[in-house]
Each structure stands twice: as C-alpha cells, then as structure tokens.
Design a protein around this ligand. Structure first.
Ligand code: TXA
Ligand code: MG
Length: 314
C-alpha cells in the first residue's frame, strides 16, 4: 500500500526522480509522472496495464505554459481555455517535439488540461515539467474519486498518493479538438455541451462507440465494474434478477441494497457519486447491478455515456 498524505514537497521530489504519484483533480484522481521523461511515462503504462496505443493527457497550470508544448492554439479552443480552465476541459492541440511520442501514442496532437484542484495546481507550479496523468485505475476499470480507491487498486504501483479529498466533479474531463476547421467533442465529461456552445456556438459530437476507436476514451467497454450492470426500468428489472442491487436516482426506495446517486435528483451530485457508487455495489454482496438512464440533459448526458460503457459486454 502507498502512503496517503498532503505533502506537496514530497510529491514534487518523487516526481522529479521519475516516480509515480497519484494526484487529486476535480474530475478523478490521476496517476502522474513527468510528461517530458519517457522512462517515467512508460512507468504509467506499466502500472495501469494500459496499452501504449492509448494516449495520455498532460496537466499544466496556465495557458502560457500550455503554449510551450504546442505549435498552435486555434482561437476557438483558446476561447474555451479562457472560459473553462482550470476545469474539466481537455484540449487536443498540435504537439511540439518536447512532448514524447509515447505520451501521444504517436499522434500529432497532445491532450492538455489545467485541472481545478488547489493542491495539484500548487504542485504543478512548483514543477519544471508538466504531468502526464491518466485516471489512476487499472486499464478499463472505474476511475477513482477518492484516495482510498487509488490505494486499493494501485497501492503497490504508486510511490505516493496526494490526498485532495473526494473529487467534486466525479467524471472525467470533456475532450475537445478541431477537425477540418470545426470544433469537435470526442469525449463527454464534466464540462457540458451547453457550456461549450455558450462560448463558441454549435459544435460537432464525435463520440464513437466502437471496439477499434481512434481515441480509446471511446472504447465500447470502459469504466466498467466487475459485476454485470443492467440499465432499464429498475422496478421491472428487479422482478427479473435475483441478488441484485440498485444504483438509484431520485427519491425512490427499493427493498434491495441501494446506493443513492442523488436523492434530490441533482445531476451534479449524481456525477460526483457515480464511480463511488459503482465501486460500492461491486464490493457489496449483490451479484447484479441495476440502474436506469438519467435525464439526458447537462451532466446527465455524460453520466449516461459512462453507464452505457460500463454495461457493455467485455
Ligand atoms: O479528467 C480527466 O481527464 C482525467 C484526469 C486525471 O485529468 N484523466 C483521464 O485520463 O481521464 P485517461 O487517460 O483516463 O483518459 C484520457 C483519454 C484517453 O481515452 C485518450 O484516448 C484520450 O484521452 N486522449 C489522450 N490524448 C489524446 C490525443 N492526443 N488524441 C486523442 N485522444 C487523446
Ligand atoms: Mg481513464
């Protein structure tokens, strides 16, 4: 098991030595290493058992810093950065040579974001390099939203876990890039489509669900618990399945083990509880997890996307 603490100096000194440190962000915990050090980055792939065709997001603390790692920052994307950084927004921008090919899996664009968490922002300001950090979970499993989640699954792989408490947003960042001069969203996440369109107008959605994706955040089966997850009419499904537990939304009561995403049907609260809920049900005695789609508005769209992928056959 790894040490969990709030010591930024310890975290920065380990990272300077090329070690792995789990860092808190507003979305989910990240498994961080020096993004400019290929050996350190290789350690991330090894620890997560992640295929090297799945590129990593780099994290920095200012737009000026981000510009040091890219050859171009299109106006539309810069508008989004100014409006929503630090925040749950990742931008795909053409990379400079300083960013190792391993980070981008050989792609021309690098994914960059400024996370909105005071501890991690302070850490990033102290470091002379950006941090490559995927979600701190074994490949394909549910992302961690608390330090203990990281410790349970990757405790033997990380050198330190920086404790920033529970993640406030709870689902990963929204990934945005450009294609043929048009702004496209590649992964739904903590920043809603409405929030993006309020700043730059209509955008395109490129959310594939295939088993051979160009952006592996789009893998059909992803964010998955170990147990079978079934989505539909909860009351009906409870009649069909024995030993089931429910991931519930709104003011409802069931006779079986239930994890409440939000009793008041608040989508922000539901997003923050989503992954912890899947974990709790996974660790409980139930054999099947039953849930329903949430209202497809705002964060509900990204939550439903995660549920669909979590329910997909592995
Ligand atoms: O909220 C988040 O984004 C969290 C926190 C830790 O920042 N990170 C995260 O990383 O979710 P990860 O690795 O679990 O998911 C990143 C996704 C991957 O599915 C990857 O395919 C996509 O971003 N991605 C990264 N670099 C890319 C690139 N250059 N082009 C296209 N997609 C990219
Ligand atoms: Mg991930």
């Amino acid at each position: 098991m790894a040490v969990i603490g709030k010591d930024i100096l310890k975290a920065s000194s380990l990272l300077e030595q090329g070690k792995l440190v789990a860092i808190p962000t507003e979305t989910v915990y990240g498994l961080a290493a020096n993004a400019l050090d290929t050996t350190a980055v290789a350690g991330i792939f090894r620890a997560k058992n992640r295929p090297t065709f799945d590129p990593l997001i780099i994290h920095t603390y200012s737009i000026e810093k981000a510009k040091e790692y890219v050859t171009e920052f299109p106006t539309e994307l810069e508008k989004l950065a100014k409006a929503y950084w630090p925040g749950p927004l990742t931008l795909l921008l053409p990379k400079k040579n300083v960013i190792p090919d391993l980070v981008t899996s050989g792609l021309f664009d690098v994914a960059i974001r400024i996370p909105n968490h005071p501890l991690t922002l302070e850490l990033l300001q102290q470091l002379k390099f950006p941090l490559a950090a995927p979600s701190a979970n074994p490949f394909g499993y549910v992302s961690p939203t608390k330090p203990e989640h990281v410790n349970k699954q990757l405790g033997n792989e990380v050198d330190y876990i920086l404790d920033g408490g529970a993640c406030e947003v709870g689902i990963e960042s929204t990934i945005v890039g450009m294609e043929n001069g048009k702004v496209c969203v590649y992964r739904l996440g903590g920043l809603t489509i409405d929030q993006i369109e309020n700043v730059i107008g209509k955008i395109e959605l490129k959310i594939n669900s295939s088993d051979n994706p160009t952006s592996p955040g789009q893998l059909h089966s992803h964010y998955a618990p170990m147990k079978k997850l079934v989505i539909g009419n909860v009351e009906e499904l409870l009649k069909q399945y024995e030993n089931a537990g429910v991931l519930s939304f709104g003011d409802k009561s069931y006779e079986v083990y239930t994890y409440e995403l939000s009793r008041t049907a608040d989508l922000t609260e539901a997003a923050a509880n989503l992954f912890a809920g899947l974990r709790a049900l996974d660790e409980s005695k139930v054999e099947i997890i039953i849930t329903e789609y949430l209202p497809a508005i705002g964060l509900g769209i990204a939550i439903n996307d995660r549920l669909t992928r979590a329910a997909a056959e592995k």
